[in-house]
Ligand binder design. Structure first.
Ligand code: NAD
Ligand code: DAU
Length: 334
């Protein structure tokens, strides 16, 4: 099988590319990534010279390019997106462009290529925000996005489903909870906490820190997508979660403990605008119908993740200092 992976130089996409090439010795990956601030070729360094991995620097909104690439592959697995809620609050234009127009451009390419199989990687944030006593999100929860990021992802989900109903495009969608693990960009909570502490900086906790997220190790997410692209039913959506609901302050305290620091490192700061209170996922459908469930507990995963950031200081220090951009500018001079 030959896959077109979009956004494969980002956090989850790069983990997925490594996972697929390791799991299936005969599969090939064409990796299309625009190398925005979040794309990092260092995530793919181990694959240099691997004949089964072809990296293409390019934009998913470039119709000519994606039309050409779609003709070369058996499936598109679509990760590329603007993914950070805080950035979407400051400026949402890139979110609408990449997440909505970029997804539309890919869907058109898949249609023209002869109704190519298409898997869309989406988020639980499209379902909105839960109260403490509410039932977790599931595949039948109505959409209620509340940030420009989640609204643009909701738009992309609707387009994917529309191409299934209107054009019979063989699609699947996954809506997953918060991932963590290797190559997690250090603007997001978990890598920010770990790297700030390692640099001797305080941890900014938004508001009261009592918002709840469900955390899933990125390897488990990769296994879920693998399961859906091989066994999922066309036209279906699968919710993917980690059974790992935690408040932000619990996350912060767990990492403080692992790094032997006290709570004086916490700094409560102004809350995120429109901050969603709680996300939680009911993943019975993928568990019962496809046999997937998380294999890595939060306790195990967070220990492994802290150890990964300790063992890969140059990776995140290059990002925080801006050095990583020089690395790819050298390789992909305009
Ligand atoms: P990320 O920001 O780390 O990576 C996004 C990648 O997409 C980057 O490599 C970037 O260069 C690339 N990209 C951005 N715009 C592009 C464009 N126009 N053309 C081509 N490439 C472009 O994101 P992530 O956290 O790895 O998330 C990947 C996907 O998974 C996203 O669709 C996101 O909505 C979804 N998701 C993320 C999480 C999470 O916890 N991080 C959870 C559920 C779903
Ligand atoms: O739920 C899936 C989503 O998870 C994905 O779709 C998004 O792409 C991904 O970024 C993530 O979104 P969140 O907004 O939940 O993740 P983030 O790491 O930005 O924040 C997690 C929680 O921590 C959230 O409640 C905000 C809070 N936070 C975050 C940062 C960066 C802080 O308190 N301080 C911080 O400095």
């Amino acid at each position: 099988m030959k896959l077109l992976v979009t956004g494969g130089a980002g956090f989850i996409g790069s983990n997925f590319v490594h996972y697929i090439l390791k799991t299936y010795p005969d599969y090939e990956v064409v990796n299309l990534d625009a190398l925005t601030y979040a794309g990092n070729l260092e995530n793919l360094k181990e694959l240099e010279g691997n004949p089964r991995h072809k990296f293409v620097k390019g934009d998913i909104c470039d119709a000519d390019l994606v039309d050409k690439l779609a003709k070369e592959v058996d499936i598109i697995v679509h990760f590329a997106a603007e993914s950070h809620v805080d950035r979407s609050i400051l400026d949402s234009a890139a979110f609408v462009r990449t997440n909505v127009i970029g997804t539309h451009t890919l869907l058109e390419a898949a249609k023209k290529a002869g109704n190519l199989r298409f898997h869309h990687v989406s988020t639980d944030e499209v379902f909105g925000s839960l109260g403490a006593q509410d039932a977790p999100f599931s595949e039948t929860t109505p959409y209620d996005p509340r940030s420009p990021y989640s609204a643009s992802k909701a738009g992309s989900d609707h387009l994917v489903r529309a191409y299934y109903h209107t054009h019979n495009l063989p699609v699947t969608i996954s809506n997953c909870s918060n991932n963590y693990g290797p190559y997690h960009f250090p603007e997001k909570l978990i890598p920010l906490v770990i790297t700030n502490l390692m640099e001797g900086k305080k941890i900014p906790v938004y508001g009261d820190g009592l918002q709840v997220r469900d955390w899933l190790h990125v390897e488990d997410h990769c296994r879920a997508i693998d399961t859906i692209i091989h066994k999922g039913k066309i036209g279906e959506t699968y919710c993917v979660g980690g059974n790992g609901e935690k408040t932000n302050i619990e996350i912060v305290k767990t990492i403080l403990g692992l790094l032997c620091r006290d709570e004086s490192w916490i700094e409560y700061v102004e809350d995120r605008k429109g901050h969603d209170k709680r996300y939680a996922i009911n993943f019975d459908k993928i568990k019962n119908e496809l046999g997937w469930q998380p294999q890595i507990t939060f306790e195990e995963g967070i220990e492994k993740t802290v150890a990964w950031f300790q063992a890969n200081e140059s990776w995140w220090k290059n990002i925080k200092s801006g050095e990583y951009e020089k690395y790819y500018q050298k390789q992909y001079k305009k």
